[in-house]
Design a protein around this ligand. Structure first.
Ligand code: ADP
Length: 261
């Protein structure tokens, strides 16, 4: 399960990268192939020039087929937002986490009542919760408390100082806290870098927080980190609340799962 989690993290990152590159590359190919067609349509060609232009067009067609394949492979990485109750995502993640955290870690959730919905990609948000929670677990090798909490938050004029990238309005906050080892200033400064890890080879990919950052950015949100050495770490994620109607909720899924208190 542990290996599956790291593999999923890698595939997500590679897919995201491939998707981004393929998309940009495809735009360039459209230009190349378009001008190539223009050249081929001209009649004043020597045979050698025509052969060269045809070779360019054929290579362009093959490149286009390749980028299409890449885009198909990375389709899962492309955001498919829907109206979402974050409490449901947390509940789903907790079921998986129960198998990933050791007996020494107490997991508890504090879901807000009447949590505003967000517009987000459910599998990406679930991956965000999982990445943060698994990091929290790794920060508590001797055990501790892992808390996942949701809240409605309202940002007013003047809160720009705390959240420079966010406009005033309604947000939903997801906080993942641990009572673990915390981070040094150096780690804090580099934690979002892809492939930055302090974990043993094979234990960390260095992709978890880069993915968290990327997903939150594409959803118009904000990541805040509080960490104190020897005390613990809290990641707070703000996502804009949506005014769209609530998703059809399945009552069973909304019951918060608790382990310990
Ligand atoms: P990975 O978990 O594979 O190392 P991440 O990008 O998720 O990659 O994390 C990068 C680094 O940030 C970790 O190696 C660790 O040093 C630090 N880190 C992340 N979350 C926490 C946490 N909750 N407590 C302490 N350190 C953390």
């Amino acid at each position: 399960l542990e290996e599956q989690f790291r593999q999923a993290q890698k595939m997500e990152a590679v897919g995201r990268l491939a998707g981004g590159v393929a998309h940009d590359f495809n735009n360039l190919l459209t230009i190349i192939n378009g001008y190539c067609e223009v050249l081929l349509a001209a009649r004043t060609y020597t045979n050698a020039d025509r052969t060269a232009a045809e070779a360019i067009r054929d290579a362009g067609d093959r490149a286009a087929a390749l980028t299409r394949q890449l885009l198909t492979f990375s389709r899962k990485a492309i955001t498919e937002p829907q109206v979402l109750d974050l409490n449901e995502v947390v509940t789903r993640s907790v079921k998986l986490l129960d198998r990933l955290i050791g007996a020494d870690v107490v997991l508890s959730t504090a879901p807000a009542q009447d949590l505003a919905p967000v517009r987000a990609d459910p599998s990406q948000i679930e991956q965000v919760v999982m990445n943060l929670a698994v990091n929290a677990r790794d920060a508590m090798p001797k055990g501790g408390r892992l808390t996942i909490e949701t809240r409605n938050v309202r940002l007013d004029e003047g809160d720009e100082e705390t959240y420079p990238d966010l406009a005033p309005g309604r947000y939903v906050q997801l906080a993942v806290s641990d009572t673990g080892e915390g981070m040094t200033e150096e780690v804090k400064a580099r934690m979002f870098e892809p492939f930055f890890t302090t974990k043993a080879p094979g234990r960390g990919t260095g992709l978890g927080l880069a993915m968290v950052y990327g997903v939150v950015q594409t959803h118009g949100g904000y990541v805040d980190v509080y960490s104190e050495l020897g005390v613990g770490t809290t990641f707070k994620i703000l996502l804009p609340a949506t005014t769209e109607t609530e998703p059809r909720s399945r009552p069973d899924d909304r019951v918060p799962v608790k382990r310990g208190t």
